[in-house]
Design a protein around this ligand. Structure first.
Ligand SMILES: [Zn+2]
Length: 208
């Protein structure tokens, strides 16, 4: 799925995770909003291995663009030059990440959901942050693998133990990324999460 779909799915998974924890936006907005943000980040995180990920696109951090920015920045404007050089360095670091992490590689393994979520849990515990932050991050991360699992390519969910790509849908229902079928599938997945929300949390507590 593309970045926008993963962000929406991550948000939906977070709303469900927050609902199960009985946290709502009216009573605890300072817990709810950051947790929702973390869920969206969890939903986007695995595609850090993609040269076309949403962060890079929205921040215009392509190699060519940042190189042009450095060339265009004049030494007479030191701040512009520092920003351009910093962006160029970040773009290079992302290139290195892409080199070592092929798309839908280790960041898309099921075991990585556990490991990265554990790291976020550890960080939250060390800083005394609310546990909902790591829970929504994990929910968002898991939603990403489900979102990619319904595509034609699938995900290597059980790698490295079982290295083959796994599909969550039969061949005819697998979607191609960026098509209208992706929007339909996204609506279906969000609908399923919403249905689970209503079943577990109840209509009476629905405040979002
Ligand atoms: Zn992905």
């Amino acid at each position: 799925m593309n970045g926008r779909s993963h962000a929406i799915l991550g948000a939906a998974a977070s709303v469900l995770a927050l609902g199960i924890q009985e946290i709502d936006i009216i009573d605890q907005p300072l817990v709810y909003v950051p947790a929702l943000f973390m869920g969206i980040m969890g939903g986007l995180f695995p595609d850090i291995d993609s040269a076309e990920n949403l962060f890079r696109k929205s921040l215009k951090l392509s190699s060519a663009q940042t190189r042009r920015d450095v060339q265009n920045a004049t030494l007479m404007r030191p701040v512009t030059m520092v920003v351009a050089v910093s962006r160029f360095i970040v773009a290079r670091i992302l290139n290195v990440i892409n080199y070592f992490l092929p798309h839908r590689g280790p960041t898309h393994y099921g075991v990585s959901v556990i490991f990265v979520t554990w790291l976020v849990y550890w960080f939250c515990s060390a800083w005394g942050l609310d546990r909902s932050l790591w829970i929504t991050f994990g929910a968002g991360y898991l939603s990403h693998l489900i979102g990619d699992g319904v595509t034609i390519r699938g995900v290597r969910f059980l790698a490295p133990i079982y290295p083959d790509f796994i599909h969550l849908m039969p061949p005819k229902l697998r979607i191609r990324v960026g098509t209208q079928a992706e929007s339909v599938m996204l609506a279906l997945l969000v609908g399923i999460l919403f249905w689970i929300y209503l079943s577990y949390v109840g209509v009476a507590t629905l405040k979002v």
